[in-house]
Design a protein around this ligand. Structure first.
Ligand code: NAP
Ligand code: GLV
Length: 314
């Protein structure tokens, strides 16, 4: 019984240590060492190299170490086994913290006060808006979008959601599909993107979306928060929208190329806030426990939770 830890881009050691501790009766191997490919029953993946999961004849399931699975579907040699993703309150809470924090920073103009502090300027904003006057629109009303919506509501924001199929969240108007996109955008001052990256959503966060956002809102212009995936956004369109005043600010956690190259103009644009794809990091303890629960379920003859659909890509 062997678990293969197939990770690139993250430090593999904390994961191997957790899985060895949580599964003392199993062998835990990594891509960097020789191992018996026939013995591997399960694999955990974060951006595994193409073909790394091919040629494992007894593989039963692949577990994404993140909520997203685009990094797994990027492998054209993926074996035909169930793929499960992370759905866990630890990760969900982290994402909602990020979204609520950045909505509050925009509402309370915290960047302006930080700039003022560096110049020792004491200047109040006489027109501080109320959260209730700020319309937040969440694109992607899945596990993360729904939790963020509920917590933003708790802070008093005027929240709506948009997704592929209609969701039902108490007190949150839910829009669905391309027919209702324009109406959703037209009532959005802060656009929060929590979509998965799929064939349908790649490049979706672009000029037509920015042009459709609310005009005349209390924040002086609409803002974007993208904590979904970099491949969703057209970065040149974000810069153009900021430069022309269509967007007031963009908070970006994810990028087309990660790590964001030092030469990228996004780093120094005054209208952009950058975080290094850590809006909701996967905690090895919490996610390790989830994977072990999933393995126990399978071995007890129960169905896996949080299995993704290959045909739709999430
Ligand atoms: P989820 O539960 O699968 O929800 C995805 C939502 O997006 C659903 O509401 C879905 O619609 C909607 N959607 C998918 N394709 C769409 C389309 N073509 N048009 C409109 N709506 C569409 O996923 P989640 O757990 O909330 O996670 C969302 C994403 O967050 C992940 O895929 C990942 O990329 C990203 N993420 C980022 C970080 C970070 O640190 N930056 C951390 C974790 C996750 P339906 O409701 O109709 O299915
Ligand atoms: C992180 O990006 C995740 O998908 O969990």
């Amino acid at each position: 019984m062997t678990l293969l830890v197939a990770i690139t881009g993250w430090d593999v050691d904390p994961w191997v240590e957790r899985f060895r501790r949580l599964l003392p009766d199993r062998k835990v191997v990594t891509l960097g060492e020789p191992f018996d490919r026939r013995a591997v029953d399960y694999a955990v993946s974060w951006k595994h190299p193409v073909g790394a999961l091919d040629g494992l004849p007894n593989l039963e399931a692949v577990f994404s170490l993140g909520a997203g699975v685009d990094h797994i579907f990027a492998d054209p040699r993926l074996p035909d086994v169930p793929i499960a993703r992370v759905v866990d309150s630890d990760l969900t809470d982290r994402m909602s913290e990020y979204v609520v924090m950045h909505c509050l920073m925009l509402l309370r103009q915290q960047r302006r006060y930080a700039r003022q502090q560096t110049a020792a300027v004491w200047q109040d904003d006489k027109n501080q808006s109320a959260a209730a006057d700020v319309r937040v629109g969440i694109m992607g009303m899945g596990v993360l979008g729904q939790d963020a919506a509920a917590k933003l509501k708790m802070m008093g924001f005027d929240v709506a959601g948009w997704s592929r199929t209609r969701r039902s969240v108490p007190g949150v108007p839910c829009f669905a599909g391309s027919d209702e996109l324009a109406a959703f955008l037209a009532r959005t001052d802060i656009l929060v993107v929590l979509l998965p990256l799929t064939a349908e959503t790649r490049g979706f966060i672009a000029k037509p979306i920015f042009d459709g956002l609310a005009k005349g809102g209390v924040l002086g212009g609409p803002s974007l928060i993208n904590a979904g995936r970099g491949g969703l956004q057209v970065e040149d369109d974000i810069v153009a929208a900021l430069d022309s005043g269509v967007l007031a600010h963009a908070v970006l956690d994810v990028f087309n190329v990660e790590p964001l190259p030092p030469a990228s103009p996004l780093w120094t644009h005054p209208g952009i806030t950058i975080t290094p794809h850590n809006a909701a990091m996967s905690d090895p303890d919490a996610v390790g426990r989830l994977v072990v629960r999933q393995i126990r379920r399978l071995e007890a003859g129960e169905p896996l939770d949080y299995v993704v659909e290959r045909s739709r890509g999430y």
